[in-house]
Write a protein that binds this ligand. Sequence first.
Ligand SMILES: [Zn+2]
Length: 317
Amino acid sequence: MSNRFRAIVFSTFVIAAGTQPAAAWWDEGHMQIAAVAYDRLSPEIRGKADALIKLNPEYDRWVAGVPDSLKAQYAFIRAATWADDIKGLIEGYTNTGDKATNPQAGRNVGYYDHYSHGYWHFKDIGFSTDGTPVEDADPVNALTQIKALSQGLSSNSGLPDDVRSYDLVWLIHLVGDAHQPLHATARFSQEHKHGDQGGNLDEVVTATGAKMKLHAYWDGLFGGYSTPYGAIFDGLVNPDTKLPEPDATLAVEQDPEKWFQESQKLAIDVTYAEPVRSGTAPYMLDRAYETNALKTARSQAALAAARLASLITAALQ
Ligand SMILES: [Zn+2]
């Protein structure tokens, strides 16, 4: 990575850290997962996915200036961040009155729906190490929506293509979120009796001296702002950075409930390992913690890509 590129990544990292605390695997992570998933699709399934992606209202912007031969691939990868973009970058979407307890919180009505549905991005399966009572996850969450949107995407769901496009675009994002450990848990403690919102209430200090929320540290492990070109190069091409081959046994697991159980366990074992486990915030991360965090994030992203490709194939074949 050149110094110039490092500088760009660092500056976007800091900007994003202040504005998108709950975005998950900022753009680069989500797009790398999408790039690898797209690479794993058969030409037949790709064609069906491409036709659905074209129905997203942002499609023309996603492919502006992109050579025709690359448009479909770039749009699929760019679609991975749409669910975050509607939290503020794209006009017309709102979270006002949009709550996980609303009767319509889990509706699947396509692009007609202008709620940004922030609670679709996680399922906090709580844990505690000091005996603090744990509260239930939201009734509508990333797991309920991955199940509902997968059914909607299915070729025999009977839903119009507008809705199936919406389902696909959301799923490309949510399967990534399901593999970010802090999108599967919250720690309940005497300091945070109602949970730490997936690591959003305490800060860490990294080896570079950067201070950020624990959640933002994990979201940013692949870098911040990116492009489909960058995600393809980093995630698929560059031998130094490309995502590893996923564990073959784990990769075929298609039950999203298991994905969240795995992520929650990884959060307890890795994300909330020492010094986060029993230190005092802000937690000074050490080499062992940061090395393990990056390794875990990369293996989780590789799994997310394989499982996303299988989910799309099962739905569209
Ligand atoms: Zn998300």
